[in-house]
Ligand binder design. Structure first.
Ligand code: ATP
Ligand code: MG
Length: 502
C-alpha cells in the first residue's frame, strides 16, 4: 500500500488542477428597475463596461456597478420595457465602437449605429470606448500647429497638434461656431488635414443637421465624422459619446495620422454622468456630482496626445458657463485638466466684438512652441500694442483732451481690435492672418476711419489672392518673416495702400 500513496497524491493533485469549463451561459435576473437602471442578480463574473443582453426584448445594457451578488446596469435602448424578473445574459464583450475610414463623412451614435440615411457601417476594426492614455515614452512635445483660421486664436492663443484647449463661455456666445470654423479651416491649411470628429452631446437634432449641411456644402465632410446624441437619448448615450469620439480619433492617431476631436459640450456630459450616478445610487459630492466626475473628464482628455509615431489627437472640449462664472465646479475642473482655455464673453458678444474672445483671460500653455515664426513675430508686437491700448483706454476715459501721441496709440489699438473681429464661417489661412496683423502693426491702416477697416481688409486679401500670390506662397514656404519675405510684403502693401487711397 505504501508504494501507491504517491500515486494517489499525484492523482489528487491533478484532479485539483483540472480545469472544468462547462459551456454554461451565465444568466441573471432583473430584481429591481428604475428609470433606465436595472439591478441584476446571478451574474457573478460580469466586468465593468460589459454589455449585457435581454434577448427576449432586444435590450442592451451596460454594466456599471459591481456589488456583492448584484450588478447595476443601465439600458442602452428601450429602458422603459425592462421589467422585474427579465432574464439577462452576459455577452462577455466590453463596449466598443467601430473605427476606420468607413466612418468618414458619416453621422453615427456612440455605438456606431448610423443616424444619417446611409447604410450601416461596415467597419473592419473596433475599439473599446475606454482606452489607456499613451504613456510618456510614446509621447513627444507639441511641435506642429493646428491652425484654427481664427485670427485671435492663431496669433495670440495658438494651438498645437496633440494639445487640449478648452473653449468656455455662456450660452450663445459662439462656442460651437469656433469649433465649426476650426474644422472648416483644416481644408485650406498648409499642414496635413486631420480627421475631425465632432461629438454632439445632447444637442438638438436640428442643430446637428445644420452643422452637417454646412460641412457638406464647404467640402469638409471628406475628413469629418459626427458622433451625435440628442436630449431625447438616454443619458448613458450622452455619457458614452465623447469616449466613442475619442476612440475613433485614436484609431487615426495610432496609425501616425492627425485627428481632432471636439466635445460639445462637457457640461452636458457631466450632467448625464450625474444623472446616471443618481440612478445607480452612487454617493454624491459637490454640486451633487459623483465623486469621480474629475476623473471622468481627466481620463478622457489625457488621451489627446502628440505621439512619436508622428500621429496626434488634439482635443477641443467645450464647456458652458453660467453668467460667466469660471469658478464653478465643472469649469474649474476642466481648466485644470486642459493646456489652456479660450474664454468667450457675453459682454463682448453683445458689444459686437466677435468672436467674443476675452484675450486677457484666454491662454494657451503649449501652443506657442508650435507657432510659425512669422506668426510669432507679428503676434509679439500685437500683444504689446493691445496691452498698451487697454491701459490707455482707461486713461482716456478720465481726460477730454488727449496728447497727440496718446491719441495715435489709441487709434492704433482700435484698428487692431477691428482687424481681430471676424465673422463666423470665414476662417483665414495663417499667411493671410499674418499679413493683416503685419499691416496693422506697421501703421498701414492708421489713416483710415475705423468704419472703413473691414472693407479695406477684404480688398487687401483679394489683392494678395489675385495679384500677389507669390508673396502668399513665399510665406507658406518660409513660414518666417525673413528680410526677404518682409521686403516683398512691404512692397506689396505700399503699392496696395497707395492705390487704395486714390
Ligand atoms: P449654445 O450655448 O446655444 O451652444 P454657442 O455658444 O455654441 O451657443 P453658437 O451657436 O456658436 O454659440 O453661436 C451663437 C450665434 O452667434 C449664432 O447665431 C452664430 O451665427 C453667431 N455667431 C457666432 N460667432 C459669430 C461671429 N464670429 N460673428 C458673427 N456671429 C457669430
Ligand atoms: Mg453650441
Amino acid at each position: 500500500m505504501e508504494d501507491l500513496s504517491f500515486l494517489i497524491e499525484k492523482l489528487e493533485k491533478e484532479i485539483e488542477n483540472l480545469e472544468v469549463t462547462p459551456e454554461l451561459e451565465e444568466v441573471g435576473e432583473v430584481i429591481r428597475v428604475g428609470d433606465g437602471a436595472a439591478w441584476i442578480s446571478g451574474l457573478k463574473n460580469t466586468f465593468v463596461s460589459e454589455i449585457l443582453f435581454i434577448e427576449e426584448k432586444n435590450i442592451l445594457l451596460l454594466a456599471l456597478n459591481l456589488e456583492e451578488g448584484l450588478v447595476g446596469a443601465v439600458a442602452l435602448n428601450d429602458f422603459d420595457k425592462i421589467k422585474q424578473s427579465d432574464l439577462v445574459k452576459r455577452t462577455k464583450k466590453i463596449i466598443q465602437v467601430p473605427v476606420g475610414e468607413e466612418l468618414i463623412g458619416r453621422v453615427i451614435d456612440p455605438l456606431g449605429r448610423p443616424l444619417d440615411d446611409l447604410p450601416p457601417i461596415k467597419a473592419n476594426s473596433y475599439l473599446p470606448l475606454e482606452r489607456k492614455a499613451p504613456n510618456v515614452f510614446e509621447r513627444e512635445p507639441v511641435n506642429t500647429p493646428l491652425h484654427t483660421g481664427i485670427k485671435i486664436i492663431d496669433a495670440l492663443i495658438p494651438i498645437g497638434r496633440g494639445q487640449r484647449e478648452l473653449i468656455l463661455g455662456d450660452r450663445q456666445t459662439g462656442k460651437t461656431s469656433i469649433a465649426l470654423d476650426v474644422i472648416l479651416n483644416q481644408k485650406n491649411d498648409t499642414y496635413r488635414t486631420p480627421i475631425c470628429i465632432y461629438v454632439a452631446i445632447g444637442q438638438k437634432m436640428s442643430k446637428i443637421r445644420r452643422m452637417y449641411e454646412i460641412l457638406k456644402k464647404e467640402g469638409a465632410l471628406d475628413y469629418t465624422i459626427i458622433v451625435a446624441t440628442t436630449p431625447e437619448d438616454p443619458p448613458i448615450l450622452l455619457y458614452l459619446a465623447p469616449y466613442a469620439g475619442c476612440s475613433i480619433g485614436e484609431y487615426f492617431r495610432d496609425k501616425g495620422r492627425d485627428a481632432l476631436v471636439i466635445y460639445d459640450d462637457l457640461t452636458k456630459h457631466a450632467w448625464s454622468w450625474r444623472e446616471i450616478s443618481l440612478l445607480l445610487k452612487r454617493p454624491v459630492g459637490r454640486e451633487a456630482y459623483p465623486g469621480d466626475i474629475f476623473y471622468t473628464h481627466s481620463r478622457l482628455l489625457e488621451r489627446a496626445a502628440k505621439l512619436k509615431n508622428g500621429g496626434s489627437l488634439t482635443a477641443l472640449p467645450i464647456c458652458e458657463t453660467q453668467l460667466g462664472d469660471v469658478s464653478a465646479y465643472i469649469p474649474t475642473n476642466l481648466i485644470s485638466i486642459t493646456d489652456g482655455q479660450i474664454y468667450l464673453s457675453n459682454d463682448l458678444f453683445k458689444a459686437n466684438f466677435r468672436p467674443a474672445i476675452n484675450i486677457g483671460l484666454s491662454v494657451s500653455r503649449v501652443g506657442s512652441k508650435a507657432q510659425t515664426k512669422i506668426m510669432k513675430k507679428v503676434a509679439g508686437k500685437l500683444k504689446l500694442d493691445l496691452a498698451q491700448y487697454r491701459e490707455l483706454e482707461e486713461f482716456a476715459k478720465l481726460s477730454a483732451e488727449l496728447p497727440e501721441d496718446i491719441a495715435k496709440k489709441l487709434k492704433r489699438g482700435k484698428i487692431l481690435m477691428e482687424i481681430l473681429k471676424q465673422e463666423n464661417l470665414r476662417p483665414l489661412t495663417f499667411e493671410k492672418i499674418a499679413i493683416l496683423i503685419y499691416a496693422a502693426n506697421n501703421g498701414f491702416f492708421d489713416d483710415f476711419e475705423i468704419e472703413k477697416i473691414k472693407e479695406i481688409e477684404i480688398k487687401l486679401l483679394e489683392y494678395f489672392e489675385l495679384e500677389k500670390k507669390e508673396v502668399l506662397t513665399e510665406i507658406i514656404n518660409q513660414k518666417d518673416l525673413t528680410d526677404e519675405v518682409e521686403a516683398k510684403l512691404k512692397e506689396a502693401l505700399i503699392y496696395f495702400f497707395e492705390n487704395y487711397k486714390k
